[in-house]
Structure formats: C-alpha cells, structure tokens
Design a binder for this molecule. Structure first.
Ligand SMILES: Cc1cc2nc3c(=O)[nH]c(=O)nc-3n(C[C@H](O)[C@H](O)[C@H](O)COP(=O)(O)OP(=O)(O)OC[C@H]3O[C@@H](n4cnc5c(N)ncnc54)[C@H](O)[C@@H]3O)c2cc1C
Length: 481
C-alpha cells in the first residue's frame, strides 16, 4: 500500500528547508510530512577528513556537455549549504523590474517590497553579518556586525560612500552560540571552523520534528499526475523503486534537478529546462602603489555597487563587485612577485547579470536517464557588453585607489549560482510556475528555488531562494494574494 502524507518535499537544501520551516509553523500537530533526499548526511568531520563536501560526486548525478563552463553542486543532506561561500546579498529593487525599468529581460512577478519581510527572517535565521548602511531599502538591521574592510575597501568606501559596502554574509563575525567566528582562511566550501550558516548547523532541528519523516538515500525519479493533480512521488532507494503519495508535492531539488524530475515526469512546457544561466564572473587583478590588500576579516571584504543599478542596464549588464580577501582561492595565486610588495594588489570579481538564452539548458541525459545533462553555448551579448566596460570601470575605481595597472582580466568558469530552468511568471504560456511558485497546470505542485528566476541579478541568489520559499509557504496558509 502507498504511504500517504500531507506534504512531500524533495531536497534538503535552502529551498526545501526554509519552506519546511514556515510550513511547520503553520501546520497542525497531526500533519504528516515526508522529505526525500537523494544523498546522505555527510557530517563535518567526514568532510574535513575527506576534503570534500559530499559523498556523491557531481559526475554521478549530471553530465556536463561543455567542460569549459562549470556548474557546481553538492548532493546530500543540506544541499549546497554544505559547500556555499555564504555571500548573502539581497537583490536590488530594479532586479525585479528589468523589463519595465530598462526594457530588457523579464520582470519578476513580484516586487522587492513583497520579499522584504521574508529577507529579514532569512537574515535572522542565518545570523547574517552586514553593514549599518545599505544600497537597498531595509526595515531591519543585520543581526551581526559587519566584517572588517581590507585597506583597499576602506579607500573605496571613503571615496564612494554610497557605492561600496561591507558584504552581507552568513560567515559569522561574532560567535552565534552554534557557529564560530570566520577565520578568513578563504576555504569557505569546507569552512574549517563551521562559521558559515549551513542547514546542518542552523535548521537540522526541523527534520527532528515529530511530524517529519526524513528519508535519506532516496533519489526521486518522477512525480505521477492524473487529472492535472500530482498524486505519487516515485523514488529509488537502495536499488529499489518505491512510491509515496501526498496532497501537496514540493520540488526543491535545485535548478539542475527540478527540471530533470519534471522532464522525467512528462510535466512538460516549451521552456522547461531552458534558460539555464548564472551570472558571468570576471576576475580582475589590479596592481596598487603602496596600498596593502588581504587584511579584511572575511573571505570577501567588500561589495561594490557603483556599476550595478542605473540606466546603463538598458545597454549592458549590471555588475556587483566582490573584493577577494584571500589571494589563494580557487587554486590561483593573486600575489605580486616584487620584494615587499606581495600584497599591493586588489583581487576583484565583477559579477554581471546575464540575460537567459534558450539554447543553454538542462535535459535528461540520454545515456543514463537517472542523470541530468547541461548544455551551455555562451553568455548573452548583454553580459559580454558589460565585460567590455571593465577598463572604464577600473578607471573609475582609480579615483579611490592608486592603481598602477591591470595585471589580468579573465572570465571565471562559474559563479556556482545555477538559475532559470523552471521559470516563474504570470502568463502560463511564458512561464511554468506562478508568482507563488505553484505549477501553472498542476496546482498541488510547487517548484522552489532559483530554477524559478526569470533573470539572474548580479546579486548572490540564495537569500532570495530562501525568502521565496517563506513567501510560497505563507501563501498556502495565509496570504492568498
Ligand atoms: C561552491 C558553491 C558556492 C556557492 N556560494 C554561494 C554564495 O556565496 N552565495 C549564494 O547566494 N549562493 C552560493 N551558492 C549557490 C547556492 O548554493 C544555491 O543557490 C543554493 O544551494 C540553492 O538552494 P536549493 O535548495 O535550491 O538547492 P540545493 O542547495 O542544491 O539543494 C537541492 C537538494 O535537492 C537534493 N536533490 C537533488 N535531486 C534530487 C532527487 N532527484 N531526489 C532527491 N533529492 C534530490 C540534493 O541532494 C540537495 O539536497 C554556491 C554554490 C556552490 C556550489
């Protein structure tokens, strides 16, 4: 006999955990929730001993058609919270209105103001460290004080007070009771002191709730529907196929695997799996005269908003700048070779928003349908035009920094912010889920996470992923707007 639940959630990353949090706050005592998670609980000591965040390697779950472009994922309990770097910016109000403000891309089907209260909750739960000032409107301060700027950041802040900020981050700046203080060692994926927020150190208690059954090692194959209603979720555990039924089914398996499950379920749409995208990142190393870098108190020590919002977004991509505080991240060294000048260098990452292309996509891997396949044919011209502006942008930064020259400009292989494959919107012919992330056709099916993003903003995606899950759960119980 098929086991029956009120709710089945697929995935235990940010999207699934924040939805579960809000659901349990509303749900009656006798609710029955099943959570299906493909991976295991790979605990911190195991991760550190093995120098990896998941016992499942990415190659076991998806095939990358274009190795020049990386897509990163860490399967298992906690999802990518295990390996994320904990950058925690909100989106800017204009990111929600690219089309109506600037005539490009798509508008999101909600406004910044709709998510603002949810952003506050997420920041509290993650104990975000952040500045007292902000480039976007905020109704509450950050729970933890900001990290210290590096010297170049301090100069940039002095010259551009409304353009440079201490970065909001879930890398703790003070002890939280469960997490240590960031050690600024620049190996955030494996954070050696457990300073960054993860599902394991922040929301694991949800899965102990007596209403919740967590099934690890259960890889969801498909959702079966009949009469336009999601009925059973079919999964494979220990080589055996099983099924469970629920009144409400929530996919929170990420922008790589939400479309994979939907495609395998035959719940199609012209856009399903298409518009795979993330920001285009460009690393820029600048040689400085007499200013020393890498002395901030966390891995990213500054966020630049000078080239983010504004009329230029009609022509080319908005850009968020990160100042890297660790010269050795991602296996590269950003030190100078001259005697006593090793740290007279600013290592900046420019993250440009990208306009999604339909020829970048996720599909079912023909050689092994249990795996997804990613196809990537390039960034949008819009993002590339943004990159062309970098020399001009550097000239502007030169008003604050003694720049001797540009040492290098190189496109990164990934920002690790996968988005856009189950897009949301108001028009069912142009979107797959609605503004509350409910599937337009299958109304008891929600598809959460950055798969819903109509466009990539320059901001990090995950605080918004989490806020959207709270917004979606609230809607089921209260808002009905
Ligand atoms: C190295 C790295 C660094 C990052 N740094 C940042 C950062 O600094 N700031 C930021 O905002 N974002 C960052 N990100 C992105 C961030 O991790 C994602 O935006 C976020 O994890 C998305 O949350 P999610 O819950 O939608 O997906 P995930 O966290 O990927 O969780 C999906 C879950 O679903 C499970 N699952 C998948 N398929 C199935 C299936 N078929 N059956 C059952 N379970 C399944 C997975 O095992 C996983 O638990 C980073 C990502 C990486 C990889």
């Amino acid at each position: 006999m098929t086991n029956r639940y009120d709710l089945i959630i697929v995935g235990t990353g940010f999207a699934g955990a924040f939805f579960l949090k809000r659901y349990l706050e509303h749900a009656p005592e006798n609710s029955k929730v099943l959570v299906l998670e493909r991976g295991q609980r790979d605990e911190k000591p195991w991760q550190l001993a093995n120098r990896r965040t998941s016992s499942i390697s990415p190659e076991e779950v998806f095939y990358n058609n274009n190795p020049e472009k990386e897509w990163l994922t860490s399967p298992g309990f906690g999802g990518n919270s295990k390996c994320w770097w904990a950058g925690a910016t909100r989106m800017m109000p204009g990111d929600f209105q690219l089309k109506s403000r600037y005539g490009v891309g798509e508008d999101w089907p909600m406004a910044y103001e709709d998510l603002e209260p949810h952003y506050n909750v997420v920041e509290q739960v993650m104990a975000i460290s952040g500045p007292v000032d902000s480039p976007m409107p905020r109704s509450q301060p950050f729970p933890l004080p900001p990290h210290r700027f590096s010297d170049p950041d301090a100069l940039l802040k002095r010259h551009f007070p409304d353009g440079w900020y201490q970065p909001p981050t879930a890398r703790a700046s003070a002890p939280t009771g469960t997490r240590g203080v960031c050690c600024a060692s620049g190996i955030c994926d494996l954070c050696p002191v457990d300073a960054k927020f993860t599902i394991q150190n922040g929301l694991a208690h949800l899965y102990q709730d007596p209403r919740v059954s967590l099934l690890l090692g259960a890889a969801v194959d498909k959702v079966e529907t009949s009469g336009g209603i999601a009925r059973d979720v079919v999964y494979t555990k220990d080589g055996r196929t099983d099924r469970a039924a629920a009144d409400l089914v929530v996919l929170a398996a990420s922008a790589l695997f939400n479309p994979h499950i939907l495609l395998r379920s035959g719940i199609g749409h012209r856009l399903l799996g298409k518009r795979l995208h993330e920001q285009m990142s460009v690393d820029v190393c600048l040689d400085l005269a007499g200013v020393k870098s890498y002395n901030g108190s966390s891995n990213i020590s500054g966020n630049g908003y000078l080239f983010y919002e504004g009329e230029h977004r009609r022509e080319y991509a908005g850009c968020l700048i990160e100042t890297w505080n660790s010269p050795f991240s991602y296996g590269r060294s950003s030190l100078r070779l001259e005697n006593k000048r090793w740290n007279e260098r600013a290592y900046l990452r420019f993250m440009f928003d990208d306009l999604p292309r339909e020829d970048n996509l996720v599909r079912v891997y023909a050689a092994n349908p249990n795996m997804a396949e990613t196809i990537f044919n390039g960034y949008s011209d819009y993002a590339m035009r943004g990159m062309d502006r970098i020399p001009k942008m550097v000239e502007k930064l030169g008003e604050a920094l003694p720049i001797e020259g540009i040492e290098s400009i190189s496109i990164g292989r990934t920002t690790a912010h996968i988005q856009g494959t189950v897009v949301m919107g108001n028009d069912p012919s142009k979107s797959i889920v609605d503004r509350h992330l409910i599937h337009h056709q299958v109304r008891n099916l929600l598809v959460l996470g950055a798969s819903s993003y109509p466009t990539a903003s320059p901001a990090y995606p995950t605080v918004t992923v989490s806020a959207l899950s709270l917004w979606a759960a609230d809607h089921l119980f209260v808002a009905r707007v």
